[in-house]
Design a protein. Structure first.
Length: 268
């Protein structure tokens, strides 16, 4: 197993799975420039490394996935000297959030272990599958702070749960329970905290049973297709599907089925 640990996040890769942990539990895993920068590097590696087939994003501890932007840090920014501001500005300029990777090629599972609020929920909205502990809460409370959910939350939430439910939560800053998030289709599964890891692992295992290039082709076609009318989405060629069609795995799948054996995927 390869592991790389930094001050405010951890990144581990084992068995085609990258596990990324926001590691600021004392601050409810809120997002400051250093954490955003580290997450950007981690997702660069997930995207670059062909040996990584799926990623899991979570927060340290059992209180919060992420409580969003670090508002205490924002307050400190006003008092910082020029050198410190320049450092933060440099980190920001080198950061590309998952939120802005509009067509991230590989599946990402959000393991929501507590509060997912503001920018924390926006991170989860950018993932493909959300598995939540029963005590988790979701919300975009930015208007209560004089802010808006400007990291695509105001756009993704209506698309993912429907306009009226989304407006009800966004215009009030109210939280929703994990169970309500499940009812609205935002969350794929809700389980007790002590079952969270094994449940996430079962989702990971099922994804790994599929050919990785087929998974990526499915994700690209589904997500890009949402931008088009149905017929155009159907007739549009997708790069990842072209790669899948000419891959060894495209031959291995039918061959393994005919031979009544488990396929051996190579990801190429």
């Amino acid at each position: 197993m390869g592991a790389h640990t930094q001050a405010v996040s951890t990144f581990e890769v084992e068995g085609h799975v990258a596990r990324i942990t926001l590691n600021r539990p004392q601050a409810m895993n809120s997002m400051n420039p250093e954490l955003r920068w580290e997450l950007s590097r981690h997702f660069d590696e997930v995207e670059r490394n062909d040996d990584i087939w799926v990623a899991v994003l979570t927060g340290a501890g059992d209180r919060a996935f992420s409580a969003g932007a670090d508002l205490k840090h924002r307050a400190r920014e006003r008092e910082a000297d020029d050198a410190q501001r320049a450092h933060w500005a440099k980190l920001t300029s080198e950061t590309k959030s998952l939120i802005e990777r509009w067509h991230f090629p590989k599946p990402v599972i959000a393991r929501v272990n507590g509060f997912a609020l503001g920018g924390g929920l926006e991170q989860a909205l950018a993932c493909d599958i959300i598995v939540a502990a029963e005590h988790a809460e979701f919300g975009l409370p930015e208007p209560r702070r004089g802010l808006i959910a400007g990291s695509a939350g105001v756009h993704r939430l209506p698309r993912q749960i429907g306009l009226k439910p989304a407006m009800g939560y966004m215009l009030t800053g109210r939280h929703m329970t994990a169970e309500r998030a499940y009812q609205l289709g935002l969350v794929n599964q809700v389980v007790p905290l002590d079952k969270l890891d094994e449940t996430v692992d079962s989702w990971v295992a099922d994804i790994l049973r599929c050919a990785p290039l087929a998974v990526r082709a499915t994700k690209e076609a589904a997500m890009r297709g949402l931008d088009y009318p149905l017929a155009q989405a159907y007739y549009t060629p997708y790069d990842s599907n072209r790669r899948r069609e000419s891959s060894e795995d495209a031959l291995e799948g039918p061959r393994a089925f005919a031979e009544k054996r488990t396929p051996h995927w190579k990801g190429k």
